[in-house]
Design a protein around this ligand. Structure first.
Ligand SMILES: [Zn+2]
Length: 238
């Protein structure tokens, strides 16, 4: 479990950042759009959205329908407890499944967006149309404009504004907890290192060692949902 040093830091911290990767190490839909399968990867590109929009949206809808049935796990709910208890808490994620938002986290930076959500290309409104009988190709309810999924597609570069927000939160963190990070973009991978370079205590919760492990102050290998639940329980005892 956790060291005493970590528990002391955790209980005293004001500024905490938790950074999660794929769906808290459980089965992830991210693989469907960013996996190793070239054919699948090529379906989720801006090029497809522009030139083959019906097939593009059919695939998005299929994933969305699967995700409607998916429920946040205990780890997701523990992170909502942490957000409610700490004065300055930021959750950063590379997961696109929207489960943190579904669980109830509000102070959330979704670095690669959220595949459940749409973004209007005309007025910028973000909206959801998740019912089975909603039109296949969504139209903005505010202005009637064309929309796209509010998610980073495979031929797009990362969102610099979101990255800056995440870098700032990392630089200010006293405690940085990295959960289930693997195979990430170098800019995302740098976030825990930015936190550590600025004096944060860096902890990794993961089922196995990762490229980050050799740089952390503490590595805890156990089911991350269980560990996060344990952290939320520590706060109840204070
Ligand atoms: Zn609009």
């Amino acid at each position: 479990m956790f060291s005493n040093k970590f528990i002391q830091r955790f209980l005293k911290a004001c500024q905490i950042v938790v950074f999660t990767g794929d769906n808290l190490c459980t089965e992830s839909k991210d693989a469907m759009i960013q996996g190793n399968n070239k054919q699948l990867r090529e379906l989720f590109t801006n090029d497809q959205l522009k030139h083959n929009d019906r097939d593009f949206w059919k695939n998005v809808k299929r994933i969305r329908m699967d995700l409607e049935a998916a429920k946040p796990n205990l780890g997701h709910y523990a992170l909502v407890d942490l957000e409610n208890r700490f004065e300055d808490f930021t959750l950063i994620t590379t997961a696109i499944d929207g489960l943190h938002q579904k669980a109830g986290n509000n102070k959330l930076i979704e670095l690669r967006g959220n595949i459940r959500r749409n973004l209007c290309l005309k007025c910028g409104k973000k909206f959801y149309q998740l019912r089975e009988n909603d039109p296949l190709i969504p139209v903005c309810p505010a202005c009637g404009g064309k929309a796209r999924p509010d998610v980073l597609l495979n031929d797009e570069s990362i969102d610099q504004n979101l990255l800056k927000q995440a870098q700032q939160a990392a630089a200010e963190a006293e405690l940085f907890i990295a959960v289930c990070l693997k195979d990430m973009h170098k800019y995302h991978h740098a976030l825990p290192l930015i936190a550590k370079a600025n004096g944060a205590y860096l902890v990794e919760l993961n089922t196995e060692r990762s490229a980050l492990t050799e740089n952390v102050d503490e590595f805890v290998s156990e089911n991350p949902a269980k560990l996060l639940t344990g952290l939320a329980l520590l706060l109840e005892k204070v």
